[in-house]
Each structure stands twice: as structure tokens, then as C-alpha cells.
Design a protein around this ligand. Structure first.
Ligand code: NAG
Ligand code: NAG
Ligand code: NAG
Length: 368
């Protein structure tokens, strides 16, 4: 009887407070699009005063609350989702705490735009991990890009901090931030049909509904856990994860656009058997984003390589290619990059490039 009473009180306690401990769901963080703003008394012009003035967030430093259509000099500020965003001035930060599953990998996605000419960076961290993502290269035509950054949850409650480490002369210079979201990354299951994991790039970071500019996946020097499960961005610049229906995608819902020439390579190390013959097959195309011209994707499997030319009209389409090779060891590095840089014909400040998708690796029997 006494046991039952204790159990009952635990259940009652749980009903009222345990829900707080549930892990976060995929999607926007609480007030992740900053549509809930400070009270007028907590604003000085556009500057937010008070650590807890923006609901669900804690701020520090010079943080501005920006309304879409607000002017900065002669520039009209655009907000990608809803009507509000925040701007992080020098050394300013925003943070939010939430519950996760210990041991699980998560990817954060946020949209950011540069507002001044200077190079800008954001330090995104979930203790003890952090990454500094540069905002200096623009890939989308409206100035906003979405960035992904992944972490492994070491605790069941984590604190996400987005910090502008900049020290500009003008304290109002600094990136605008909107739409902060999260997605749990479920490890891809191995299959006997493909040795490559996540070959279709279907398991990746959260992509905000109604955003038509994809998500930049940073190189591993900026993020040691890749938001694109199984893959690593091994070069200096990001690759872009693109999604249907906003882009033309060869297979499934998602693909990768190689947006920065040889500076944006994507790789995976797979298990092979030395001496065995394999075929690496993949699709090369364009995203239907006015990225036109003669493109070449270089694919590598260990020491073997193939150059796949693709003539893009910028209107979508793809072709298939295959590289047959004999594995030299029990691990083979698969890698792809674009030989050239490309710019969109409708926007000469936006980098773009060929698309790869549907990467498969199979061992084949050799007939003599
Ligand atoms: C980024 O932020 C983390 C957490 O606040 C900090 O430990 C790290 O030193 C910062 N890195 C840089 C380069 O500012
Ligand atoms: C996406 O856009 C459509 C049409 O503009 C709108 O009805 C829908 O609510 C939007 N969804 C989100 C999540 O913003
Ligand atoms: C195969 O892998 C093992 C470790 O997993 C390593 O010790 C061995 O040297 C490798 N063999 C070859 C031929 O690469």
C-alpha cells in the first residue's frame, strides 16, 4: 500500500513536471524565429536591454531586435522568416538551454546574414564543443544563408550559445540571425546494396520549411561532427545541402551542391577488401538555379580518379557516371569536388556549382 502511494506520487510529480525533461523535437527552438520580442520598455531604439528581454533566450552584449523592412543607411533589412530577427553586435551572444538524449548527435541550423562589408564570424557552441563559422562568402542571392553545425550531446541538458566574436569599429555591425532549429541525426543503417553511408544525402541537418536557399555544411576544420551523416567536408569551404522542390535534385529529396570549386570537397572513408574490384557510381547534375556552363566533377576512390564533364543549362538535369577500381587496402577514401568555380548567371555574387547525388559503392565479380 505504502509502495503504491509512493509510486502514485511519483506519477503525479511526473505528470506535472517530467514533461520538461523530454528531449527536444526536430524543428525550431523555442521562439527560434524571434517572432516573440521584447516589451517596448526593454528596448532602447533597436537595442535590447535586459538579459531575458527576448522570450526563451538569454542575451549578452549589444543585441538588436530587427523588424523586417527596417533601414540601415540606404539598405533595407530583409528577414527570411516572419517579421523579426536579432543582430549580434561586437562580443554579443544569445543562448538557450534545452534537453537532448545523451550520446546522440544533433545538428543545429540557423539563418544568418552579413550587414556590413567586413568579414564576419559566428562562434556556435554546445559546451564543450564549438565552431567558428565565417559569414564572409555569400551563396544566396538575398544575402541570407542557412548554416548547419553538429554536436554530440555529452549531457542531457545542453546550452546552445551563438556568439559574435567580432570587434568592429561600428558596434552595430554584426550578423543578423533568424530561425534557429535543431534535428537529431539518426545513424544510417548499413545495407548490402551500398557500402557508402547516406549516399543520397537524405540524412542531414534541419532545413527550414519554405526556405529556398538550402543549408551550408561547414568543413570539418569548423565542425568535427558532420551534420551530413557519414560524410566529411574535408576542404576549406562549405558544401551546400539542397532540397526539392526548391532545387532540382537527381534522386530522393536532397543532394549536395559543390559550391566552392576545389575548396569544397566531400569525402567518406569506406571499408573495402584489398584486391577486390568495386564500382563507384553517382549522379552529376545542376540544381536548376541558373548555374550555367561547363562543369567537371572529379571523383576519387583511393588512388583512382575520374573526371565527369557536365554541361549545365542551369535548368536542372543530371547524368550518371561510374568509376571502376581495385581496392588497394581495407579502407578506401571516396571523394568528390568541382574542378571549377561557378557563379549564378542571375546573380554574380552567388557561388554555385555542380550537384552530386545517389552515390553507391558495390563490389563486383570479375569474370576472366
Ligand atoms: C567559442 O566559444 C566557446 C564557448 O563559449 C569558447 O570556449 C571558445 O574559446 C570560443 N572560440 C573562439 C575562437 O572564440
Ligand atoms: C510555407 O508557405 C506557405 C505558402 O506561402 C504557407 O501557407 C505556410 O504556412 C508556410 N509554412 C511555414 C512553416 O512557414
Ligand atoms: C586492415 O586493417 C587492419 C586494422 O583494421 C590493419 O591492421 C591492417 O594493416 C589492414 N590491412 C591492410 C592490407 O591494409
Amino acid at each position: 500500500m505504502r509502495g503504491a502511494t509512493i509510486l502514485l506520487s511519483v506519477l503525479v510529480l511526473c505528470a506535472t513536471s517530467c514533461h520538461i525533461a523530454l528531449s527536444i523535437r526536430d524543428g525550431l527552438l523555442r521562439n527560434g524565429n524571434f517572432e516573440l520580442g521584447p516589451k517596448p520598455t526593454e528596448m532602447k531604439g533597436t537595442q535590447v536591454v535586459g538579459r531575458n528581454a527576448i522570450p526563451e533566450w538569454e542575451i549578452s552584449g549589444f543585441v538588436e531586435y530587427i523588424k523586417a523592412g527596417q533601414k540601415q543607411g540606404d539598405m533595407l533589412l530583409v528577414v527570411p522568416e516572419g517579421a523579426f530577427a536579432v543582430r549580434l553586435g561586437n562580443e554579443a551572444s544569445i543562448k538557450q538551454t534545452f534537453h537532448v538524449m545523451k550520446g546522440m548527435y544533433y545538428s543545429i541550423t540557423f539563418s544568418a546574414a552579413r550587414t556590413c562589408a567586413q568579414e564576419e564570424k559566428l562562434n556556435i557552441s554546445v559546451s564543450p564543443e564549438w565552431g567558428v563559422l565565417p559569414m564572409q562568402t555569400m551563396y544566396s542571392s538575398n544575402g541570407w544563408d542557412s548554416y548547419a553545425w553538429a554536436f554530440k550531446a555529452l549531457l542531457s541538458s545542453v546550452e546552445l550559445v551563438i556568439h559574435n566574436p567580432g570587434v568592429e569599429e561600428d558596434p552595430a555591425c554584426g550578423p543578423l540571425i533568424d530561425s534557429v532549429g535543431i534535428k537529431a541525426l539518426n545513424p544510417p543503417r548499413p545495407t548490402n546494396k551500398n557500402i557508402v553511408k547516406n549516399g543520397g544525402f537524405e540524412i542531414g541537418p534541419y532545413i527550414f520549411p519554405n526556405t529556398s536557399w538550402g543549408v551550408l555544411v561547414p568543413p570539418n576544420i569548423e565542425d568535427k561532427h558532420s551534420p551530413l551523416l557519414g560524410w566529411m567536408v574535408e576542404s576549406l569551404k562549405a558544401v551546400k545541402l539542397i532540397n526539392a522542390p526548391y532545387f532540382s535534385v537527381p534522386q530522393g529529396r536532397q543532394a549536395v551542391e559543390l559550391v566552392a570549386g576545389r575548396e569544397s570537397a566531400i569525402a567518406q572513408v569506406v571499408r573495402t577488401i584489398a584486391g577486390k574490384t568495386y564500382v563507384l557510381s553517382f549522379a552529376v547534375g545542376d540544381a536548376s538555379n541558373s548555374c550555367e556552363g561547363s562543369m567537371i566533377v572529379e571523383a576519387f576512390a583511393g588512388r583512382d580518379t575520374i573526371k565527369v564533364p557536365y554541361q549545365s543549362q542551369g535548368k536542372g538535369g543530371y547524368k550518371r557516371a561510374a568509376l571502376r577500381f581495385v581496392a588497394a587496402s581495407n579502407r578506401t577514401r571516396i571523394m568528390f569536388y568541382s574542378t571549377f568555380y561557378h557563379m549564378r548567371s542571375d546573380d554574380f555574387s552567388s557561388l554555385c556549382g555542380p550537384v552530386i547525388d545517389d552515390v553507391k559503392l558495390l563490389s563486383v565479380r570479375v569474370r576472366n
